[in-house]
Design a binder for this molecule. Structure first.
Ligand code: UD1
Length: 467
């Protein structure tokens, strides 16, 4: 187990280069499985989730050359060795389920995608994926196995284009449906589709691959069957989550950081909210500079939403930022019903945060009548004490890093592997910005972990398997 030791209280200053987007690269690799042609990617992030996805692709027959230093990756899947995703990948991330969409049109064999059993899969988290693929003609069933379950999928009669209306614009379900539709006969329409920048990047890649895909003004995506595939060269878009993370770390520590490669277009909702609380930024030709100028003001109302709204993955570090803003702010999480588990630790550090089951701030979301604590009020500014944390998921992990950077005491953070999944060279980048941060391997658990084990935290956040 690796631990981060952070002694905060230092304003972050300097220049870093943003990595390619995790949420795009992992899907692009899966999309490359649609064809037997070579795909070359540039700006590939050197993160654990890409490594996991590369290994997964290799298991089913891809040949991959990945130059981590040059950030280039070439993948070609001349033929599938198997359509069985090995069990060891079942809980690794949200990627295996997308393999169904990519492989359905590529093989006549049964596709088997194991998944962790019990609460996490149930009917909910992938129900939209499954219904959409079934509508395209796939036969999919869930089978309980010895330790865990698996999805068995096949389209022996071929896939046929259909009109699919998503009940909710799920990112994963939209991607899975697009992937399957590329090889489905005729035209597929996805109504109420998600249109996140990473999905647009996937569409750009697929267009280069040979697909005809249209995004309409009303969130309808239409995909025509692709008959001929071409070799592709594709530069992965910048990771807007990483950009926002460093922006918030810079401003909350009263520093100044230039993030090279940050793309203005993908940050609009974030930048508006940052400006509303007095956070400053300058858009430059090759990136964005974020800086602190004067005391941050609370009084903010923020609702997470699907794109082009304020992204849910920005929410956790933004709450940490708001602990440093004067006054009370309201956050309403409308994408995930249970994404405030991490606030428990922030409160122990001294943050003033109260959770509510109601939809605070006006809009009623789909969790209005549930009993989930999905709104919060955070008051600031507060001094945060050092703490020992156990990371429950990727974005909460960065929120903890930020909180530790704000405290002038020393904090210890365990389960650092969660951060490795999505943050390229985190320790090196923070060190370059002047942070006092070290990473060590240890068998010991940090002492502050007694209150909540990782397992308990995972239950609270229920996001352990999300990327
Ligand atoms: C992706 C991102 C994640 C981001 C999320 C929302 C990746 C690897 N991860 O996750 O960082 O937070 O989009 O922007 O790209 N849902 C269902 N049934 C389904 C699918 C989803 O009910 O079949 C629900 C989920 O439980 C959640 C909401 O829809 O409440 C959004 O999920 P979704 O958009 O699918 O997120 P992911 O694709 O998993």
């Amino acid at each position: 187990m690796d631990i981060l030791n952070i002694k905060g209280g230092v304003p972050l200053q300097g220049h870093i280069k943003a990595a390619g987007a995790k949420n795009a690269m992992t899907k692009l690799l899966v999309a490359s499985l649609l064809s037997d042609k070579a795909c070359t990617f540039y700006n590939v992030p050197n993160i654990l989730d890409v490594e996991i996805t590369v290994n997964l692709c290799k298991e089913i027959g891809s040949e991959v050359e990945w130059d981590r230093k040059e950030k280039t990756l070439r993948i070609i899947t001349r033929e599938l060795k198997t359509s069985y995703v090995p069990q060891k990948y079942s809980g690794s991330n949200r990627i295996p389920i997308l393999m169904i969409g990519a492989l359905l049109g590529r093989t006549d064999e049964d596709i088997i995608v194991p998944t962790i059993g019990g609460d996490l899969i149930g009917s909910r988290p992938v129900d939209l994926h499954i219904h959409a693929l079934q509508k395209l003609g796939a036969r999919i069933e869930y089978r309980e196995m010895k330790k865990e379950g698996a999805y068995l999928a096949q389209a022996h009669q071929g896939l046929k284009g259909a009109v699919i209306s998503l009940e909710y614009p799920s990112v994963g379900a939209t991607e899975n449906t697009i992937l399957a539709a590329v090889r489905a006969k005729g035209t597929t329409l996805i109504k109420n589709a998600a249109i996140e920048p990473e999905i647009i990047d996937l569409i750009l890649f697929l267009q280069k691959l040979g697909a005809n895909i249209m995004v309409d003004v009303d969130r309808t995506i239409s995909i025509q069957q692709t008959h001929r595939f071409q070799e592709v060269e594709h530069t992965v878009l910048t990771d807007r989550n990483e950009v926002a993370s460093y922006a918030m770390a810079a401003i909350s520590t009263k520093g100044r950081v230039f993030v090279e490669g940050a793309e203005h277009l993908h940050m609009i909702a974030f930048l508006n909210k940052l400006r509303e609380i007095g956070g400053c930024f300058t858009i430059k030709q090759n990136g964005i500079e974020f800086f602190y100028e004067s005391e941050l003001k609370g009084g903010l109302h923020l609702e997470t939403d699907v794109h082009p709204g304020f992204m849910t993955d920005w929410q956790q570090p933004f709450v940490v930022l708001l602990t440093q803003a004067k006054g009370a702010s309201v956050i309403h999480e409308t994408v995930y019903e249970n994404r405030f588990g991490y606030t428990h630790m922030l409160k122990e550090m001294g943050a003033d945060i109260e959770l509510f089951t109601q939809c605070l701030g006006g809009k009623q979301c789909r969790f209005a009548s549930s009993n989930h604590q999905h709104s919060l009020v955070v008051k600031g500014p507060t001094v945060l004490k050092g703490h020992s944390f156990c990371i429950p998921d990727l974005r909460a992990g960065f929120a903890y890093v930020m909180a530790a950077l704000l405290s002038s005491e020393t904090s210890q953070i365990s389960n650092v592997e969660f951060l490795d999944r999505g943050y390229e060279e985190l320790v090196q980048k923070l060190t370059a910005l002047g942070a006092n941060i070290t990473r060590e391997s240890t068998l010991k658990k940090p002492s502050g972990d007694k209150k909540m084990t990782l397992h308990q935290l995972l239950k609270v956040d229920n996001l352990a398997k999300s990327l």
